[in-house]
Design a protein around this ligand. Structure first.
Ligand code: SF4
Length: 356
């Protein structure tokens, strides 16, 4: 396929993060989901058109997100409907979708659902877990039922890991991973227990620095557990060998010297990676954002309904990407502008709406 458009910083479009709903069955304090969906959600057909158009512009990976995407009843049907884009020959001038991935909190991932997702053509699942016991899970999932409710969620997520593994999402190939957001005041004490939990299951644990997404999560720099600090604490317990960050990747990775899996850190605050960011986000109601911290998005619905304007959508989505200059995390670090600058105060979309 010919090279797709490059943005103003020479970055190609590579990953489309498509949110299917802003609703969630948890209420993590670093995300603060709405609880309701925006009006005018995209239809299944519109989502397929959107993905096909993004693929024609160079996107090779689709990550399905939410809120909680397992709340979307058409998830398996959407993945199945996208398979023709996967079956194209390498080099097809229309582009080719190489991978479909899902980010989920796992609470609704039953054995049947895991098998159905695999059968529909899903390639990778990343589950989220921010604690290793009922109390920390309850705290980090915003559960009102305390430790007992946390223990129930923990049990469901641990079961989800095994359902996914049994359905063929193999951690050894990276097809099953575990995300955890660590905050200094919230679950900093869970770093080693979560690492142990992931090691015991052969899972790559992706530790995510607490980010100032949107305006609801009460973010402040002193609540951030930095990548360097997390890696140092892990390394004291288990010697680590650095692997690095792959091109366009979000995570810097390490191998445990004792061979028990890998660990990674997504360091948007302390070691930003905007330089080769190839991610476009589209919300459940069809608004495209060039960055997780963007202060505005572009409504794509005028080119999707009432009837598809395929060339209009491709032209406008391509133009949107070409005009992209986003590098918020690098700017944040350069200017330490979090609390002071006008843009830091400008309204930014919330995490659950954007899909993380
Ligand atoms: S801050 Fe924006 S530009 Fe930078 S890596 Fe994140 S999404 Fe990409």
């Amino acid at each position: 396929m010919a090279q797709g458009p490059l943005d103003q910083l020479g970055r190609p479009l590579g990953v489309l993060r498509l949110s299917l709903t802003a609703r969630c069955n948890l209420a993590c304090p670093y995300c603060c989901p709405e609880g309701t969906d925006p009006p005018e959600l995209l239809s299944q057909g519109e989502r397929v058109q959107l993905v096909e158009t993004a693929v024609s512009l160079g996107a090779h990976t689709l990550r399905l997100t939410g809120g909680e995407p397992l709340l979307h009843p058409g998830l398996e049907a959407l993945i199945a409907a996208l398979q023709p884009l996967r079956q194209r020959a390498e080099g097809d001038r229309r582009g080719r979708l190489r991978e479909i991935a899902l980010t989920s909190n796992g609470v609704l991932l039953s054995a049947e659902r895991a098998r159905a997702l695999k059968a529909a053509g899903l390639d990778r699942i990343t589950l989220s877990l921010d604690g290793s016991d009922g109390a920390s899970v309850a705290r980090m999932a915003g559960l009102t039922g305390g430790t007992a409710a946390g223990a129930v969620v923990l049990e469901k997520v641990l079961a989800a890991i095994e359902h996914a593994r049994a359905a063929g999402f193999d951690p050894a190939t990276g097809a099953l991973k575990l995300n955890a957001v660590l905050t200094r005041g919230g679950n900093g004490d869970q770093l080693l227990p979560l690492a142990q939990l992931a090691r015991e299951r052969g899972l790559e644990l992706r530790l995510i620095e607490f980010m100032d997404v949107g305006h609801r999560n009460g973010w402040s720099a002193d609540q951030v557990l930095s990548a360097a600090e997390m890696v140092a604490r892990l390394g004291e317990r288990w010697p680590l060998e650095p692997i690095g960050r792959s091109a366009h990747g979000t995570a810097s990775r390490w191998r445990y010297r004792d061979g028990e899996a890998h660990v990674a850190v997504v360091a948007s605050i302390s070691a930003p990676f905007c330089g080769d960011c190839n991610r476009l986000r589209v919300t459940a109601d069809g608004i495209a954002y060039g960055c997780l911290f963007a202060t505005g998005g572009t409504d794509l619905k005028p080119w999707l309904r009432p009837a598809l304007d395929g060339s209009g959508l491709a032209r406008n989505l391509g133009g949107l990407w070409e005009a992209r200059t986003d590098r918020y995390s690098e700017e944040r670090q350069e200017q330490q502008r979090v609390a002071s600058s006008p843009q830091a105060a400008a309204p930014r979309a919330e995490m659950a709406y954007l899909g993380g």
